[in-house]
Design a protein around this ligand. Structure first.
Ligand SMILES: [Cu+2]
Length: 158
């Protein structure tokens, strides 16, 4: 191979790599590999005090895929609420008790152990509670939001 051909091939390879990189950035999709140690936990104003959120993919308020984790303490309760989009919940650790309905009802819920999945359709009222520390992962397509069935339950209004 002569030096000129090598130069041409190298230029083509670099051009292709640049094109791939820039199109990925334009679309806003970044390749991600996240370990539990990478998660940055923060307070979450839309849930009762005590929960923490770690956003993995987003932003949640835009029409793009989102993924986040929630960490709940023991004996935590999320009053009945709904979302504007499909909610996919995967239980990572502990157990998340969940049910559908307009009021938190512990006699009408299912215990979801680690490894369980729940899928809630948009605007379906549902609630959740724990007896031990629990981590769940939630994913879907934004824009995301939380609306409480009883507005008095909304911690953002307290
Ligand atoms: Cu929910």
């Amino acid at each position: 191979m002569n030096i000129r051909l090598v130069t041409v091939l190298a230029t083509i390879v670099i051009a292709c790599l640049t094109a791939i990189t820039s199109s990925a950035q334009t679309a806003g999709h970044n390749h991600l590999m996240v370990t539990p140690d990478d998660l940055k936990w923060a307070d979450i104003p839309s849930l009762p005090p005590g929960a923490k959120i770690a956003v993995i993919e987003g932003p949640m308020n835009e029409a793009v895929p989102f993924t986040f984790r929630l960490k709940f303490p023991a004996n935590y309760e999320i009053p009945a609420h709904w979302h504007p989009a499909v909610e996919h919940v995967t239980v990572i650790s502990g157990a998340f008790n969940m049910g559908t309905g307009e009021k938190l009802d512990k006699s009408n819920s299912k215990s979801l152990a680690a490894g369980s999945v729940a899928i809630m359709q948009p605007k379906t009222p549902h609630f959740g509670w724990t007896t031990a520390e629990t981590i769940v992962q939630v994913h879907g397509v934004g824009p995301w939001g939380v609306t409480y069935v009883n507005p008095a339950d909304d911690p953002r209004k307290k």
